[in-house]
Write a protein that binds this ligand. Structure first.
Ligand SMILES: O=C(O)C1=C[C@@H](OP(=O)(O)O)[C@@H](O)[C@H](O)C1
Ligand SMILES: C=C(OP(=O)(O)O)C(=O)O
Length: 430
């Protein structure tokens, strides 16, 4: 399957609300299942990845009902989870795999876990190592490092664990396992990563403490079901932000989008690049700031993106690289080796795609160097089955001379099922 798109001579204009945040949608289902009583989730992201999280809990006997963007969970709590009869399939979702490993570590039954080709290549030992230290038993392919894998959980001992990789998924997995441990589990994160787990547990009546880089959680807390709404996903909003900056005479406002500071690195980086962008926090949903982003076409300049900033823009780097091809001067992205462990090796796929379109990007071990003001031609590029690469290619078509033909565009429904319709609705002839 292929999708041909060409948005040259189009501007992006108007107001939009993007679908619910993917990270928060996963976590709302997880905490709803771990809680006692009824949970109602509004504005849930009904993308393939989050549906995998729902299915996993249904397989453990939890009553989860999805009706469009509303999810209702009736749970008696984790003690009532039952051993799944069948393999649990995590599809393409790294978040489901890592966070569910944390939950299953604390359940005294056996589960067999699998994923699609991409997920089966991604490292799981970053999670199995700490949960084994806590007392879970796991084994899997490649010496236990990759899916398919099996897990038998049980009573866990608390640990103090310093993250060897800057990953919110690993942090969250250890904290979730910590809920089943006899005592206080502490995760030390040298560089802050997204903190939706820490914020959301409070909405379910849980307690978690942060002291500088140390996050501590007590085992055996009783969580209570709740009603909550999921704000728009800033990672999805970023595609339109990038498109607006690239296309002439463009001006959009994105409403009701999550503005958690661990996720707004994209705004800070774009401001440094010279973007005309304004952000306003209008309310809080639970502990999460929510508001609007207003952006207009801008001339950008190249910068260096590195260090502590990387986890705050980790999923936006495909877009930042595209923007850098049009900025004045050179952009350097470094300290971003984690990109090699995403749905694709995103350092390789970004470089490959942008160079095929006519850019000048040099691959580095931990990032890339991008020459600005390149004339992008267009052509045929694959999404490589990676939703964020596919969407970046569609946005590139705003500035390519010829059309962009995207091979395997279907993967976009992993995080944004109506992406092409929403993009079309924002596009106006110049
Ligand atoms: O915790 C999460 O919801 C996520 C964390 C990030 O992964 P890592 O924690 O592996 O960096 C991010 O790339 C992913 O899209 C979602
Ligand atoms: C890396 C991503 O997700 P996951 O790790 O959940 O597959 C992503 O959405 O870009």
């Amino acid at each position: 399957m292929k999708k041909t798109i060409h948005l040259k001579d189009m501007a992006l204009k108007g107001d939009i609300k993007v679908p619910g945040d993917k990270s928060m949608s996963h976590r709302a289902v997880i905490f709803g299942a771990l809680s006692t009583g009824k949970t109602v989730i509004h504005d849930f992201l009904s993308g393939e990845d989050c549906l995998r999280t729902i299915k996993a809990f249904q397989q453990m006997g939890v009553d989860v009902h999805q009706d469009g963007q509303t999810v209702t969970i009736d749970s008696k709590g984790a003690h009532y989870f039952t051993e799944p009869h069948d393999t649990i399939h995590f599809g393409n979702s790294g978040t489901t795999a890592r966070l569910l490993l944390g939950v299953l570590a604390g359940r005294p039954f056996h589960s067999v876990l699998t994923g699609d080709d991409s997920l089966s290549k991604r490292p799981m030992d970053r999670v199995t190592m700490p949960i084994q230290q806590m007392g879970a038993r796991t084994d899997g392919r490649s010496n236990g490092r990759q899916l398919p894998m099996s897990i038998r959980g049980g009573t866990l001992s608390p640990i103090e664990y310093e993250l060897p990789v800057n990953s919110a998924q690993v942090k969250s997995a250890v904290l979730l396992a910590g809920l089943f441990a006899n005592g206080i589990t502490t995760v030390i994160e040298p560089i802050p990563t997204r903190d939706h787990t820490e914020r959301m547990i409070k909405a379910f009546g849980g307690k978690i403490d942060r002291l500088n880089h140390r996050i501590s959680i007590n085992g055996h807390q009783s969580l209570q079901g709740t009603e909550l709404s999921i704000p728009g996903d800033i990672s999805s909003a970023s595609f339109y932000i990038a498109g607006t900056l690239l296309a002439e005479h463009s001006d959009i406002t994105i409403a009701e989008v999550g503005l958690n500071p661990t996720r707004t690195g994209i705004i800070d980086v774009l401001e440094e690049m010279g973007a005309d962008i304004q952000v306003e926090t209008t309310k809080y949903i639970g502990d999460e700031p929510v508001g609007s982003i207003h952006v207009q076409s801008s001339n950008l300049k190249g910068i260096t993106i590195s260090g502590n900033m990387i986890p705050r823009v980790i999923d936006e780097i495909p877009l930042l690289a595209l923007l850098a091809t049009q900025a004045e001067g050179e952009t350097l992205i470094k300290d971003a080796k984690e990109l090699r462990f995403k749905e694709t090796d995103r350092i390789k796929t970004i470089v490959q795609v942008l160079n095929t379109l006519g850019a000048n990007v040099i691959e580095l071990e931990d990032g890339m160097k991008i020459k600005g003001r390149a004339k992008l031609q267009g052509g045929t590029v694959s999404s490589y089955g990676d939703h964020r690469i596919g969407m970046m290619e569609a946005i590139a078509s705003l500035i390519t001379n010829e059309a962009v033909e995207i091979e395997n565009p279907n993967c976009i429904s992993i995080s944004y099922p109506n992406f092409f319709e929403d993009l079309q609705n924002l596009s106006r002839p110049l």
